[in-house]
Design a protein. Sequence first.
Length: 292
Amino acid sequence: MAEYSQTHVVPTEGLPAWAGPDGSAAPAANLDPGLDVMLIELRADWAHVRCSNGWEAWVDGRRLVVLAPAPTAPTPAPPPPVAAAPPPQGAPPPQATPPPQAAPPRSAPQPQPGPPSAVWGAPAAAAPPPGVPRPTAGFQIGAGPIVALVGGLLYFVAGWLSWLHFEFRGTGSITQSFSAYDIPAHFLLDSRSDSGGLSLGIVILFFGLACLAAAVLSATNRRLGLLSVIAGAEALLVVVLFLVQTRYIIDALGPSFESGYFSVLRFGVYIALLGAIGSIVGGILTLVQKRS
């Protein structure tokens, strides 16, 4: 590594720094105003610089301020040569000066954890090179994350609401409603099985939390909106399987069951369906929205 020599200074408004000449990535740091750096390489509008502690980064080369050379003092004239005095009689001959010993090799500098006086993750006021998005704060709430958050909340709450309502009429009238926690989870695959086990409400609770977590993560990075799409699609699959199995069980009851298909379904199913669709739509909006 070449010895450090200051060549430029960070401008007064500071300067964002990247790990490489790739504007699609988020800046690694923000260099403080007035920080001295050494220019290593220029690549189009990008400048590869090194700080005094050996930390290297890529910045907008157009924003760097060239360091003005320091004034040099006039070189004094050398003194006139002095004739060497002859050695006295009987004096021993001069001894040859031993050659200087080679200096021990310098050890490689230890890697520094970061640039000196740099504010990590701080937004920069300097204009980035063309095609590079301006760095912004890490957490931004937009329309996409809000829609996905509302969808996840609806799906989460739907588990405690009524999903099915049966009314049997004969010598007497029997009415019974079921929430997702009263329905076994295996109902999604086999509506005729009588075995117990995990309730459907736990499945709804899990995917509701997954949709909420995905919505929060998508607010920190719009590319993570894909998580909301995936979580919403899986939550929607659960509701679709429930609707299909409900259709099967009504057909199995035959003519003795007078209620229609939609009269059996209750608003818990519709709220869960709306929540899953909201999570998917919110994830898509997050992926396509532009950061300011």
